[in-house]
Design a protein around this ligand. Structure first.
Ligand code: CS2
Ligand code: MG
Length: 401
């Protein structure tokens, strides 16, 4: 099982993806997702220039040792670029191991802890009425959980509102600057959830993403205002670089909190877990060191009564979604998985075994991760620079996007 080659494939079937393909002397190849939205080529270079040359000749079966080799061996630890590159190698090695042993990855992890993985959909609309309608439509498609975002009076292009049939934050062409205003946001979100509960009832799980835009006391105020509507979670209420600020939010509200989509390591999560300052950790397999490192985060979360809820935006490729589904199906302290269906072009470039039915997903039973990459088709969708927008307050001050 000697690694003989590693190739980085950058393609843009609707949006940019970076994929690592590792090959072995036995003819078994594996895929890993290395997409870091808006900073794609940095990871491609890290892999091509600094990782792949070191992998040639190594035993692909030694997943743990290769993880430690890449993490400790670089001397420079953590950070999104490094951890995304390590994650891509890790996913590809689990894929290879599964294919070599003829087993889906979730079986290698210890088998299924549940029959299927509950996912939440994205519902959104410019107005409360449109957002409620979108949530109702998703409930009609079988989803039992929906994240709901709506437009904010006076805020042009707020976060999370679908344009056309899907939400895609990265934009091709010049960088766009949006304007943010917290007060009208804090006023409208409780009204949105009041309508949702009145119209959709108490059964459906409702989620909301504040996308790191609030100060701790604003987040506390929103959490408290949302308590009557029993959210499944309030996501990224405030930037989480300093975990201590979550103490203040916790003092004021029982609305469950979720964080983690920009985390890269267990060290980002540790204090939040130890002090039980959050209820869900939402790290992604692609940005937090792969399946190998996600297992460690989940193990620490479990002893503190915190559940996992993998980030699953469309900027994570089908390879990452598959890896997340194998992990979710297995991990005992699973919460919920985000699911934003990829575009038809993306699905054609990455044929996959995972499937959605009636609000739940299953990774399928194909050996490995169960995702392939049609490289000839991928080559017809060359990389196109794209940027995540930035946000400023009305007086021009940079704000968290
Ligand atoms: C988001 C993402 O899915 C989510 O919860 O917060 O859409 C996020 O904005 C993107 O993944 C950024 O790349
Ligand atoms: Mg989010």
């Amino acid at each position: 099982m000697t690694i003989t080659a590693g190739r980085v494939i950058v393609c843009s079937p609707g949006r940019n993806f970076v994929t690592l393909r590792l090959e072995t002397a036995d003819g078994v190849a594996g895929l890993g997702d290395a997409t870091l939205n808006g900073r794609e080529l940095a990871v491609a270079s890290y892999l091509n220039d600094h990782v792949v040359p070191l992998l040639i000749g190594r035993d692909a079966r030694r997943i743990e040792d290769i993880w430690q080799f890449l993490y400790k061996g670089a001397y420079w630890r953590r950070g999104p670029v490094t951890m995304t590159a390590i994650a891509a190698v890790d996913m590809a090695l689990w894929d290879i191991k599964g294919k070599a042993l003829g087993a889906p990855v979730y079986q290698l992890l210890g088998g299924a802890s549940r029959d299927a993985v509950t996912v939440y959909a994205h519902a959104s609309g410019e107005t409360i009425e449109d957002a409620v309608e979108s949530a109702r439509r998703h409930a009609g498609m079988g989803y039992t959980a929906v994240r709901v975002q709506c437009g904010i009076p006076g805020v042009e292009r707020p976060y999370g509102i679908a344009r056309g049939d899907r939400y895609e934050p990265a934009e091709r062409g010049p960088l766009s600057e949006t304007v943010w205003n917290t007060e009208p946001y804090l006023a409208i979100v409780p009204r949105l959830f009041d309508r949702l509960r009145r119209e959709l009832g108490s059964e459906i799980a409702l989620l909301h993403d504040a996308h790191h835009r609030l100060t701790p006391i604003e987040a506390a105020r929103l959490g408290r205002a949302l308590e009557p509507y029993s959210l499944f979670w309030l996501e990224d209420p405030t930037p989480a670089e300093n975990p201590e600020v979550f103490r203040l939010i916790r003092q004021h509200t029982t609305t469950p909190l979720a964080v983690g989509e920009v985390f890269n390591s267990i060290h980002d999560c540790r204090q939040l877990l130890e002090e039980q300052l959050v209820d869900y950790i939402r790290t992604s397999v692609a940005h937090a060191g792969g399946i190998t490192h996600m297992r460690r985060i989940a193990a620490v979360a479990e002893i503190h009564g915190v559940r996992m809820g993998s980030h699953g935006a469309t900027d994570l490729s089908p390879v990452c979604l598959a890896a997340a589904l194998h992990f979710d199906l297995h991990v005992h302290n699973f919460g919920i998985q985000e699911y934003m269906p990829h575009s038809a072009e993306t699905d054609r470039v990455f044929p996959h075994a995972y499937r959605f039915h009636a609000g739940v997903m299953h990774p399928g039973d194909a050996p490995g991760l169960g995702v392939e990459l049609d490289e000839a088709l991928a080559a017809t969708f060359p990389y196109e620079p794209a940027w995540l927008p930035v946000a400023r307050r009305a007086d021009g001050t940079m704000h968290d996007w």
